[in-house]
Design a protein around this ligand. Structure first.
Ligand code: KG4
Ligand code: ZN
Length: 370
């Protein structure tokens, strides 16, 4: 069975995985660096790239041993080559190129956002054999939604290879906003999952947010929600600029108030995602919805999407929670999809890049009438 070994190191997860041609995940190793960055309240790029360097060899060895393969069984090597922290990307990219060159197998430089979008096609290792052509034969037109810490992108898809960017955030990504909201509430890094946990016992109706609507656009905006939360936590600032002071801090919050604010903010973020999706669906009439990205690990968002897809009779393709947050299985899976039509892969001179060309869209951004 033709297996692809993939590496992923775009941010703070050092990951290696093996996926076969039926998109079955043979192994999926993720070494998280959350502990290293927690004391700084966010990812420190220099620490992240050093940690990737230290962790990659053990992670690759673990992936091969868990999948029961030797390097000689690997038929291609893939890597998340963009977007991400450039120092981190360079570690994974250099390792993957060295492996592909030394094994004399094809190399695939994969766009991380594209890999998130198709992660829902990955399957358990015990699943029956299927051709990748069958697996990717979803009903089109489709909508695609990637919500992560670095990206909030909405795509109109006429086929798996034709994805048009129709909406994106004009300020913070949804995951980034959840992380910052968590920090404002005094919750530890990583913010998104801790905010979800805190919100479990909160009342989402305590702080009411208006969903921002941008004229003729499917774009997202999260920064206004953050300001509203900041004022709810710390009070309206006195004074201007660097001389402004707040009457309160997150330490003044009771556990109940913190949970209510967490639930309210999470509700507002999810509501905006669902609003844009409904608007996009009314314009494009999708038969399928592909979703992915770290925020899809959130149970509230998953429940909303499930209900939405039933109501709109749209097939939902959603990854398992472990394949929503950064992982290498999605990189290997996307490389398998590409391999159907491209057995040669990319040149080893392909550079790592901090930005996504995929999320810029295969064609220019379309204006959308409300
Ligand atoms: O896809 P990902 O691992 O990295 C990027 O490509 O950015 O996404 C990370 C983001 C972070 O902002 C994190 O807080 C968020 O996904 N996230 C969550 C949850 N798990 C991760 N947000 C809300 N609820 C969660 N359970
Ligand atoms: Zn990601």
């Amino acid at each position: 069975m033709s297996c692809i070994l993939a590496l992923e190191s775009s941010c703070d997860e050092t990951a290696a995985a093996v996926v076969d041609a039926s998109l079955r995940v043979r192994c999926d190793i993720v070494a998280s660096q959350h502990d290293l960055h927690a004391e700084y309240g966010g990812v420190v790029p220099e620490i992240a790239s050093r940690a990737h360097l230290e962790r990659f060899l053990p992670v690759i060895r673990a992936a091969l041993s868990e999948s029961g393969l030797s390097l000689n069984d690997v038929s291609a090597v893939a890597v998340g080559i963009r977007p991400g922290l450039i120092g981190s990307l360079l570690v994974g990219t250099s390792a993957a190129k060295a492996l592909a060159w030394s094994l004399d197998v094809p190399f695939y430089g994969v766009d991380h956002v594209a890999a998130h979008l198709f992660a829902g096609l990955l399957r358990e290792s015990s699943a029956p054999e299927l051709s990748v052509a069958d697996l990717s034969a979803a009903d089109f037109p489709a909508l695609g939604l990637v919500v992560s810490g670095g990206h909030t992108s909405l795509f109109s898809m006429s086929s798996a290879s034709e994805c048009l960017l129709i909406g994106r955030t004009i300020d913070d990504a949804v995951g980034e906003a959840l992380d910052k909201a968590a920090a404002m509430l005094g919750l530890p890094h990583p913010g998104g999952p801790n905010l979800e946990r805190c919100a479990l016992h909160g009342d989402a109706s305590v702080l009411r947010f208006t969903t921002p609507v941008l004229p003729n656009s499917l774009d997202f905006s999260l920064s206004g929600l953050k300001t509203k939360l900041l004022y709810a936590v710390r009070g309206v600032p006195q004074g201007r600029g660097s001389n402004s002071t707040f009457a309160h801090s997150s330490h003044d919050l009771t556990a109940t108030r913190r949970a209510d604010l967490a639930a309210s903010f999470q509700h507002a973020a999810v509501k905006q995602v669902m609003h844009r999706l409904t608007h996009a669906a009314s314009l494009t009439h999708p038969r399928t919805l592909f979703v992915g990205g770290g925020v899809l690990a959130n149970q509230v968002l998953r429940r909303e999407l499930t209900a939405w897809s039933l109501e709109h009779a749209v097939r939902l393709i959603v990854p398992a929670p472990r394949h929503c947050v950064d992982n290498a299985a999605m990189i290997a899976g996307y490389a398998q999809l590409r391999r159907q039509t491209d057995e040669v892969g990319d040149d080893l001179s392909m550079p790592a890049e901090p930005v996504s060309t995929f999320a810029r869209g295969t064609t220019s951004k379309r204006t959308v009438k409300p």
